[in-house]
Design a protein around this ligand. Sequence first.
Ligand SMILES: Cc1cc2nc3c(=O)[nH]c(=O)nc-3n(C[C@H](O)[C@H](O)[C@H](O)COP(=O)(O)OP(=O)(O)OC[C@H]3O[C@@H](n4cnc5c(N)ncnc54)[C@H](O)[C@@H]3O)c2cc1C
Length: 504
Amino acid sequence: MARERQLPQLPPLPRMSRRSLLGGAAAAAGAATLTATTAGPASAATRAADVAIVGAGLAGLTAARDLVAAGKSVVVLEARDRVGGRVVGLNLAGGGVTEGGGEFIGPTQDRIKALADSLGVATFATYNTGNNLLYKDGKKTPYATDGILGSVPPIDAAGLANAAIVQATLDDLAKQIPVDAPWTAAKADEWDRQTFETWLRANAVIPSAKFLFDVACTSIFSAEPRELSFLFVLFYIAAAGNAANPGTLERLTETANGAQELRFVGGSQLVPIKLAATLGDRVVLRAPVRTITRSGSSYVVTADGITVTAKRVVVAVPPPIAARISYDPLLPAARDQLTQRLPMASVGKAIAIYDTPFWRADGLNGQVVSDTGVVSSTFDNSPPDASYGALMGFIEADEARKLDAASEAEVRAAVLKDYVTYFGEKAASPTSFVLQRWNNEAFTRGGPVSIAAPGVLTQYGPALRAPVGGIHWAGTETSTYWMGFMDGAVRSGERVAKDVLEAL
Ligand SMILES: Cc1cc2nc3c(=O)[nH]c(=O)nc-3n(C[C@H](O)[C@H](O)[C@H](O)COP(=O)(O)OP(=O)(O)OC[C@H]3O[C@@H](n4cnc5c(N)ncnc54)[C@H](O)[C@@H]3O)c2cc1C
């Protein structure tokens, strides 16, 4: 049985101009829903298009938008019954929606912002009024986010001095990384021979300073410092900017003036939902691609319930997930071995809903940095009107892996225990609780991003974006700026569409 599903339909717009595309998006906005409900044809479908796109995350959808705007025919094949991939809205029992994946945007993330603006999705400031909370060695210390040290947790003076030097060093070294080819940095070999852990042990010598970078590492990558190549970490920092503003560690970690500054009104998944609505029946849901086969000068892309013949293929899924598709002929060894070596990090998100954001009355902004617990960093995920309170906690790296096999009730109990430790007894009784465990999600199997251990970028980096015949690679992991973020996904979609248009 074919299981093809289609999004709420707009009329097919085969040669749509950019202007009419964006107009269509605005018109479609009201009709958008979180998942498709329209049943597709009952028998296996075949289609022909200039370009077949695998994956209806932000990268695949953006590529489709640009190709359609240039007059090309596209079919986007999406494995899930919804668009957005790592960006998903979770419906709450009492109404409202909260984000289970990509959520925040910030300065220099110009392309996701431009996309959201074009679709009429507004932003609002992440709640950041009041004190942050440091929980360390069993002690709670509130601290201002706008103190002379910015929002650096109040550790001891020696640790702060050490941390300041380490941070400045990281930013300086990151400036030596070409974001389009980090493996060509003059010291790439030296940096790709060590883990972030090794480098931190040699440089963050005061334990409290090391603690700050350990927490920063798990917050940014959902990976432990021992899992990451130092070159990869420097690249990630370099990528946290744009052509006019070099990346900085601070931009990765901060709320005000950083990557956590803004959220989307109505939830981040509105962006891919509205974008997909402009593409109408070009987006096919419940169509996991199984094989990509070259046939003369074109490709046959076979998904459950539908086969698409296309001149070019864009694979817009994370590298280790792209490796689960069968390619005929086989991909070059470098490309396949690259995808064997870029695992997803480990992450979950737990959101507890309360009648009110009660921590605000205690002068807290809901953001915690902790040295213990299953949740070591939290945010206030309440809606802009604060009509209910939402505490969002990340479950990351080792802590996420420990809970992969735990029941939802066990995870809930562990998370709420942490929330009570941080915010008091009121946190024990949420009105509802939602959990998104990415390690257990088909078609993602972890998150927020693929990570590189030592030796991967210098040995295999060039295979990250290089097309293989008519197969092109997109997805946030292929982006030069904001790799790992929604902005990087959009940038990669824009880049791949240009590449494909040049090649067609
Ligand atoms: C917990 C979490 C928190 C995050 N927080 C933030 C944040 O605050 N800010 C931010 O900017 N970013 C954040 N991110 C990262 C951001 O969500 C991603 O970088 C971005 O959404 C990636 O988009 P993409 O299109 O590259 O890939 P994806 O979103 O992974 O899209 C790939 C799509 O391909 C589909 N697919 C996979 N295999 C197949 C197949 N064989 N056939 C067909 N379809 C297939 C998938 O179902 C998916 O829809 C977060 C991610 C997670 C998981």
